[in-house]
Design a protein around this ligand. Structure first.
Ligand SMILES: [Cu+2]
Length: 737
């Protein structure tokens, strides 16, 4: 429901008042002054999770002046006279990589580093003189880096979570001619557009506190130690009105141990760091190609060759992202900017289109012979992070947690920039498109309805490329890699990326528009229509020798592996919460029904499933109905979709590779199969509409029978600034084990 195009001043005043009143509550909730339990007692929030429909508080209360609201439930985000497509799109900022061992100080350790430091008394629960560990990772053997001795880190990357500041070290790793003329030495204030206000450090929190978003570069066979410092304010109330200063970073969807997965309950505090160890290995490394003889299973060397690794090359992954996963605060923290992308390079996906060795797929990227870099050339390989945002009358980022259906912004951003332009040459480009929104789905087309070639879905190159004039709806956290061939245009032409998915609330797209409808300007949804302008500026200096081969990565064949278990998960509303643990549990309305149990709201102390190490299972994800969609993310393992609504024929070609997010569609179901291999620990499954996830459509599952040091079941970590304690699980569902 939207405000009309020209809402009355009275209606706007009403919406503004509602926002101000709600903002007080949002802030109190975010900083812990009150809890959701308090709000329910006070009659402000219903047990079903809805903001009580009172004028002056809910923007969705029936108004005396109008019957509808804009998607944010607040007045439109002011543009200060800024026009779309008047700023260049900054390409991602590549994180510097250092040689490890030797770079990090203190040196990384297998078990968490529990060296004590004096705690800042502004931290919650800290008295003057209290001490606590410098690393926030849960201590002891269970949360030690698995296989740390056999896969020691070779590369170190160090980042800080920090409030908005000016970027003075921008490094896109491409010349300015391939970055819309932006000088690599550019000093970049944190603004959504040069004509919009600079963001307050309490409003926007990003990796290193800067934009553009950060790009991590990795390759198979080269383990990365990602040291993450929490430099957010010590005082939990210093959050600009939303967001939580404790964080846990999920590398989505890394194949590594749970200690590196960013478990929602393994969060850490300001003043601490957390060492994530990303070994970058192929799944199946213990049973397939164990002697590392297959050149298709490998990573690029610095001299143009292949560093062969064990495992199944059909499990090779390419486009990941990493983002906050703080329990019940993920939506606020990701919205504040805690998200980056991760390109993984392999012998198949080399990032060097001129290496012709029969293994490299030679996807659009750039030439090793021109750059001197044998891998990770980004010249024609461009990361795009899409997100809808909103800001207040002062232009400062705005968020409203009271929309448990999902928060929608009213301004489209690409790489955290309001509707930018990007200069391209007349040749093929690869775009790695991430839906980095809180609750919004996108559906992408080009303004002239010309074709795009989808080459990957989530982290995985497809078995075969799929040519489309409209991509499928793209749920939150899904990645679609596409190739656009700009050689069909002439120099001086422009073409736009267009969003066709119209929302009128956060539940699901209301309607997919045609391209002409989306371009007409008649949609009440301000995020429909053009959002990124491509300017075709020149012919490439060298001919385009990149390829989109007809066969890329066929799926691993699981048909000969017995199915150890089947499980069913149904995602719906009206969840109960039997747990009273104030740390590990959250209220609904959203929840998950496991097998034939009841619909339960999240409790990271509850074990809902525990697949056996080394087995294969079939999981059915069901939408509980009601007209909303849920993009369900299963951590750690890539799955293959066996059926949609009961049949493989309902699975579109672009979903026939491996996946880690599964849109259920209203009333729909997805049946998928996965193996549980190589690593253990506690993982999650949840809706990636992060508003649903936080309210509380999330569950914990674990692999805990892989031998010592694991216990069956695993103890639950309870982080405090003084150190992480452990407690037994609150609950184990009867069908879990
Ligand atoms: Cu959902």
């Amino acid at each position: 429901m939207y405000l009309s195009r020209n809402p009355s001043n009275a209606r706007l005043r009403e919406a503004q008042n509602a926002r101000r009143n709600r903002a007080e509550i949002v802030k109190a909730l975010a900083d812990g002054t009150i809890t959701r339990r308090d709000l329910i007692r006070m009659g402000i929030f219903t047990a079903g999770g809805l903001l009580a429909l009172k004028n002056g508080l809910s923007p969705f209360a029936r108004s005396a002046y109008a019957d509808s609201n804009i998607p944010t439930g607040a007045p439109p985000s002011p543009l200060f006279g800024v026009q779309p497509f008047t700023q260049p799109m900054y390409r991602f900022d590549v994180l510097p990589r250092f040689t490890e061992p030797g770079f990090l100080n203190p040196a990384p350790t297998a078990e968490a580093n529990t060296t004590q430091q004096k705690l800042n008394p502004a931290l919650e629960g800290v008295r003057p003189g209290d001490m606590g560990p410098i690393e926030g990772r849960p201590p002891g053997p269970i949360w030690a880096h698995q296989k740390f001795k056999t896969l020691p880190p070779k590369t170190a990357v160090e980042v800080s979570q920090a409030g908005a500041t000016t970027n003075t070290t921008y490094n896109p790793t491409v010349p300015s001619s391939l970055n819309s003329g932006i000088k690599p030495s550019a000093s970049i204030p944190l603004q959504f557009h040069p004509g919009l206000p600079v963001q307050n450090p309490l409003k926007v929190w990003t990796f290193n506190g800067t934009i553009p978003p950060k790009l991590l570069i990795g390759r198979y066979g080269e383990p990365i130690l990602f040291r993450h410092h929490n430099n957010l304010p010590f005082d939990v109330t210093q959050n600009g009105g939303f967001g939580r200063h404790t964080i846990s970073t999920h590398e989505h969807n890394g194949h590594h141990g749970a200690e590196n997965d960013g478990f929602t309950g393994a969060y850490f505090f300001p003043g601490q760091f957390y060492d994530y160890h990303y070994p970058i290995v192929l799944a199946g490394r213990n049973s397939i190609n164990t002697t590392a003889t297959d050149p298709k299973a490998g990573g690029p060397t610095d001299s143009g060759g292949i560093n062969k690794v064990p495992g199944d090359w059909h499990e090779t992954m390419s486009t990941h992202w990493f983002h906050d996963h703080m329990f019940s605060f993920t939506s606020q923290n990701v919205y504040k900017g805690i998200a980056g992308m991760f390109n993984i390079y392999s012998s198949l996906d080399r990032g060097a289109e001129d290496i012709n060795d029969g293994v490299n797929l030679r996807l659009p990227s750039g030439r090793a012979s021109a750059s001197g870099k044998s891998w990770a050339n980004l010249d024609y390989d461009v990361n795009l992070m899409l997100a809808d945002k909103a800001w207040d009358a002062h232009g400062q980022l705005f968020f409203d947690i009271f929309q448990t259906d999902g928060f929608l912004g009213d301004r489209m951003t690409v790489n955290l920039l309001y509707k930018p332009f990007f200069e391209v040459e007349r040749r093929k480009y690869r775009f790695r498109i991430l839906n980095g929104a809180v609750s919004r789905f996108f559906k992408i087309a080009l303004s002239d309805a010309s074709p795009m070639i989808q080459i990957a879905n989530d982290g995985n190159l497809l078995p075969s490329p799929v040519t489309l004039t409209q991509l499928d709806e793209q749920g939150i956290a899904e990645r679609y890699d596409i190739v656009i061939d700009f050689s069909r245009y002439s120099v001086g032409q422009k073409v736009w990326m267009v969003n066709l998915a119209e929302h009128d609330d956060g539940r699901a797209p209301h309607k997919d528009l045609s391209i002409s409808e989306a371009l007409s300007g008649n949609s009440p949804d301000p995020c429909v229509g053009k959002f990124l302008e491509f300017r075709i500026v020149r012919n490439p200096a060298q001919p385009d020798i990149s390829q989109v081969p007809p066969t890329m990565i066929p799926n691993p064949d699981l048909s000969g592996i017995p199915v150890a278990r089947t499980r069913t998960f149904e995602f719906g509303r009206g969840a109960g919460q039997p747990s009273h643990d104030p740390i590990t549990s959250m209220f609904g309305p959203w929840g998950v029904k496991t097998d034939d149990g009841s619909t339960l709201a999240a409790d990271f102390g509850r074990i809902s499933a525990a697949p056996r190490f080394g087995t294969r299972e079939i999981w059915t994800l069901k939408n509980g109905g009601g007209g909303w969609d849920h993009p369900i993310h299963i951590h750690f393992e890539e799955g293959q979709i066996l059926a949609r609504n009961g049949s493989l024929s309902n699975v579109p070609a672009a979903e026939r590779g491996r996946k880690d997010v599964y849109r259920l569609r209203p009333g729909g179901s997805v049946k998928l199969t996965m193996q549980f291999r190589d690593w253990g620990g506690m993982f999650m499954e949840h809706c990636h509409n992060t508003t649903h996830e936080d309210n509380a459509m999330l569950l914990r599952w674990e692999i805990d029978d892989g031998g010592t040091p694991f216990l069956r079941p695993l103890p639950t970590p309870i982080p405090t600034p003084q150190g992480v304690r452990f407690q037994p699980p609150d609950d184990i569902l009867p069908t879990a084990f």
